[in-house]
Ligand binder design. Structure first.
Ligand code: DUC
Ligand code: ZN
Ligand code: ZN
Length: 490
């Protein structure tokens, strides 16, 4: 018997997620078999079937037989890849005087449609909040709504208050921390003392420090020099790029790398956007510094000419999109390895929210939607454009993020014992990006009108089909909190 489970049908699950065979008396070897596809992992590619039981992968080999009611998904001619991990998202984030428009529901529906099966958000303490307060607030926002598995990095915004809590947070399942070198006005900024101390502590605890690296004092000076009515009239949103030359990121990365080098603490540079940054990371890794770098899809395919357009302000994110030469260097870094993860920094705002800028670039809510288009962009502009192999794509989107964030091999691969988080893509089928038909809660997309291959034809989360025929069919609250023990290494 061969059939593909359709949206809301043939799902071997009861409403509470219990597998059907646990409810009835029939014993099945598998709940679901993904048959006849090409399975791609970071180790290579092979034609194989994938057998799934109780939400776990239990076999990866040719010729798995169905029977006893196992659902069979026909994957002939398709790529079967591990579900993508987007380890850098901001859902429902109070930021820039508003709140990002994708919440844990719309954001994770969009994620599923883009083949993403795990997200890691950032729990950020506000006011006098402790890390534990932030953790509880973020759990309260996420738990009822999230459609795929998830966890948080803990943002340290006041070293003296939050540093002593780091050990407890690791015990509570959060071994990755974040510091921001900018955002003084949001109350999030960390100075060198906080960075040095947090890296030392990460070393003791088996944790990792994620760093938003931009050099704040010089950045503030450049903003102040340009913040005049004449300049704003003349340059509009271009000032966003003009006030953040590449050295703003490069100097900050250099400094953070130095503190990692002398403390031995593991450092992960988030959303690296510059060629200079990639050079610094490569040199540091060659010296043996325990440092990793991610970039985001937008830095690989968009460039700062966009700020000149009428809608230029929509593209403001932080750090801002740079030049084509930076894109080329980041692609090269991905191929060679000094850039090891692609994420999105999803922080969506609607046109109405972006309009808050009213001609002043310092008031633009900064961020872009991205979860729904991450895999299609990396597949289309990376693999199909021959900038990386399929195997490398899986490494950067699935395996490396799972390893570094302490989720491997539960996530990030297709192997016996791993969660059955699986994305099936048709190698050739292209869809046109159209905000009107997307799950993401924005009325625009940086990629509107682009034709992209690599959208999820099907997405499975712990064995359950949550996207079928490119449409979301999961449910709110299906996503599980993922406690972790330690950060990992590559
Ligand atoms: N950058 C953004 O563009 N948005 C959210 C936070 C950040 O660092
Ligand atoms: Zn950031
Ligand atoms: Zn971010």
């Amino acid at each position: 018997m061969t059939y593909a489970p359709a949206c809301g049908q043939n799902q071997p699950f009861a409403a509470d997620g219990t597998a059907a065979h646990q409810l009835g008396t029939t014993t099945m070897a598998f709940d679901t078999i993904i048959a006849g596809g090409e399975v791609i992992t970071a180790d290579g590619r092979k034609k194989a079937d994938v057998g799934i039981k109780d939400g776990k992968v239990t076999a990866v080999k040719k010729g798995l037989a169905g029977g006893n009611g196992a659902a069979v998904i026909d994957a002939k001619g398709k790529y079967v890849i591990p579900g993508v991990l987007d380890v850098h998202v901001h859902l429902e984030l109070p930021f820039c005087g508003t709140t990002s428009s994708d919440d844990f529901n719309t954001g994770t529906r969009a994620a599923a449609r883009g083949g993403v099966t795990t997200v890691i958000d950032f729990a950020i303490p506000y006011g006098e909040d402790s890390l534990e307060d932030a953790y509880k607030k973020w759990r309260a926002k996420a738990d009822p709504k999230t459609c795929i598995d998830y966890c948080f990095h803990m943002a340290i915004t006041k070293w003296d208050r939050h540093g002593p809590e780091m050990e407890k947070m690791v015990e509570m399942g959060c071994p990755t921390f974040k510091e921001f070198m900018i955002y003084e006005s949001e109350g999030w900024q960390s100075d060198d003392r906080a960075i040095f101390n947090a890296l030392e502590k990460c070393k003791q605890l088996g944790g990792m420090l994620l760093m938003h690296a931009e050099s704040s004092r010089v950045l503030d000076e450049l903003i102040a020099r340009n913040h005049t009515p004449e300049k704003m009239k003349k340059y509009g949103a271009q000032l966003h790029g003009m006030t953040r030359p590449n050295y703003i990121e490069a100097e900050a990365i250099q400094r953070a790398v130095k503190w990692a080098e002398v403390t031995g603490g593991r450092l992960y540079i988030v959303h690296m956007s510059t060629a200079e940054g990639a050079d610094i990371i490569r040199d540091a890794q060659a010296r043996g510094v325990d440092v990793y770098a991610e970039t985001c899809a937008q830095y690989l395919v968009l460039d700062d000419a966009l700020f000149k357009g009428e809608d230029g302000h929509l593209y403001a994110c932080c750090p801002q999109i740079k030049k084509k030469s930076d894109q080329q260097r980041l692609w090269k870094g991905l191929k060679r390895g000094e850039v090891c993860v692609v994420s999105t920094d999803t922080c969506s705002f609607t046109r109405e929210q972006k309009a808050m800028w009213n001609g002043d670039w310092t008031k633009i809510p900064m961020g872009l939607p991205g979860l729904e288009t991450l895999l299609p962009i990396v597949y289309t502009h990376g693999v199909l454009a021959e900038r990386m192999s399929l195997r490398q794509m899986v490494e950067k989107l699935c395996t490396n993020p799972a390893k570094l964030m302490g989720l491997y091999p539960q996530k990030g691969t297709i192997a016996k014992g791993s969660d059955a988080d699986i994305t099936i893509i048709d190698p050739k089928k292209k869809l046109k990006v159209d905000p009107a038909t997307m799950e993401t809660n924005t009325d625009w997309s940086p990629y509107a009108g682009w034709k992209l291959a690599g959208f999820a034809e099907k997405t499975l989360s712990r064995g359950r089909v949550i996207v079928d025929d490119y449409k979301f069919c999961g449910e709110n609250g299906w996503g599980k909190w993922l406690p972790r023990k330690k950060a990992g290494k590559l």
